[in-house]
Structure formats: structure tokens, C-alpha cells
Design a protein around this ligand. Structure first.
Ligand code: SAH
Ligand code: MG
Length: 198
């Protein structure tokens, strides 16, 4: 397991796969343990790095994770097997915006896919959250660019950053969720569903 994790870090570096920062995954693993999280939905598997670590944060964690890129999906399947976690991790090869998960619901949802679609992911997948569930989002700072846009930025980059800024505003004004923002790694947000019993 440890060895596979190190191999994955190396692979990600070599092939430019944007895996989560160490500090951020440590925070999330602690969160899973402290809050007794048992079912997790991840949007954006990449090669399975964050998924494998989240699943191993506590005993009996069940993860469903969605990836639309075939090469990364295959790589994730391989890594899950190497870690012997195939009974706890289900990797779904599909575009998350097209997926249907039926009646299933989760204690925690981790959003870490296309940054321009964060609000869409949140709106769609919040319906799959259990009462008192929580949604964690990665890269809320987007490499320090959020709140720091410059004139020489490309149009694409500019639009991406502005979409993340819109997402932050969306979270701040969302009446159904209370969101905390953390300066950890590339920025994390933790959105708690406002249910009566807590
Ligand atoms: N969570 C991973 C990193 C994910 S990188 C980790 O920290 O280890 C983001 C991934 O989301 C990419 O592999 C990309 O292919 C995938 N992705 C982006 N948009 C998606 C979508 N709409 N549906 C499914 N996967 C998507
Ligand atoms: Mg990320």
C-alpha cells in the first residue's frame, strides 16, 4: 500500500496528473476519522490517489468515485487492485454530469473534477447527500489565482478563475449549507448541510 502510494506520487509528477496536496489529504483523512464517515462519493478519481487514501483513513469506508478519462480510469482500477481495496472502492467510468446513482446516498462528497463545473457538481450531487452530510471541495484557491486575477492571464484561465470565484460566492450565499473555508494546500471548503438535528 505505502509503496503503491509512492509510485502513484511519482507517476502523477511525471505525467502531470493533478493529485491532491499532502496537507489537504491529511486534513480530509482526519475529518473522515473524527466524523465517522462511512460512505464517500468522489467526483474526479484521476489515478485513484485521493480515493485510496480516503478509503484507508478508517475501517469500513466505502467509496464510489467517478472518472471520465479512460486512461486515468484504467490506471485507477490497477492501483485499487494493487492496494487490495476493490471491495471498498467502486470506480465509475463516466462523465459525472451524466451519471445516475439511483437511490444511493453518502455521508461525504468530495468534489475534485473540472474546476469550471464546481457549481454544477454541487447542485447535482447534493441530492445524494445523507442528512447531516458534508461536501468537501478541493482547489478552491486554484493555485493562488482566486482573488488574484491579472491582466495578462489567458481568456480561458481568466474564465476558469472567475467560475471558481462564482462557486465560492454560491457557497457563501447557499441557505441550505454552511461552508467553512480552509487555507490548506490549494484551498479546501467544507460545506455542512443545515439539518435540524446535529
Ligand atoms: N481526486 C484526484 C485528482 C483528480 S484530478 C486526486 O487528488 O488524486 C481531476 C480529474 O477529474 C481528472 O482526472 C479529470 O479527468 C476528471 N474529471 C473532470 N471533469 C470530470 C467530469 N465531468 N466527470 C468525471 N471526471 C471528470
Ligand atoms: Mg484537486
Amino acid at each position: 500500500m505505502k509503496e503503491t502510494i509512492i509510485e502513484m506520487e511519482k507517476y502523477a509528477k511525471e505525467k502531470n496528473v493533478p493529485i491532491i496536496e499532502k496537507e489537504s489529504i491529511k486534513f480530509i483523512m482526519k475529518f473522515i476519522k473524527l466524523n465517522n464517515i462511512q460512505t464517500i462519493l468522489e467526483i474526479g478519481t484521476a489515478i485513484g490517489y485521493s480515493g485510496i487514501l480516503m478509503t484507508s483513513a478508517a475501517p469500513d469506508v466505502q467509496l464510489t468515485t467517478i472518472e471520465r478519462d479512460e486512461k486515468r480510469y484504467m490506471e485507477a482500477i490497477k492501483n485499487v487492485k494493487k492496494c487490495g481495496l476493490e471491495h471498498q472502492i467502486e470506480v465509475v467510468f463516466q462523465d459525472a454530469l451524466e451519471v445516475s446513482l439511483g437511490e444511493r446516498s453518502f455521508d461525504m462528497i468530495f468534489i475534485d473534477a473540472a474546476k469550471g463545473q464546481y457549481t454544477k457538481f454541487f447542485e447535482k450531487f447534493s441530492h445524494y447527500l445523507k442528512p447531516n452530510g458534508v461536501i468537501i471541495t478541493d482547489n478552491i484557491h486554484f493555485h493562488g489565482l482566486v482573488g488574484n486575477r491579472t491582466k495578462d492571464m489567458s481568456k480561458n484561465l481568466n474564465s476558469l478563475v472567475s467560475k471558481i470565484e462564482d462557486y465560492i460566492e454560491y457557497l457563501k450565499t447557499n441557505k441550505e449549507f454552511t461552508t467553512k473555508f480552509y487555507d490548506i494546500g490549494d484551498g479546501l471548503s467544507v460545506s455542512y448541510k443545515n439539518d435540524e438535528k446535529r
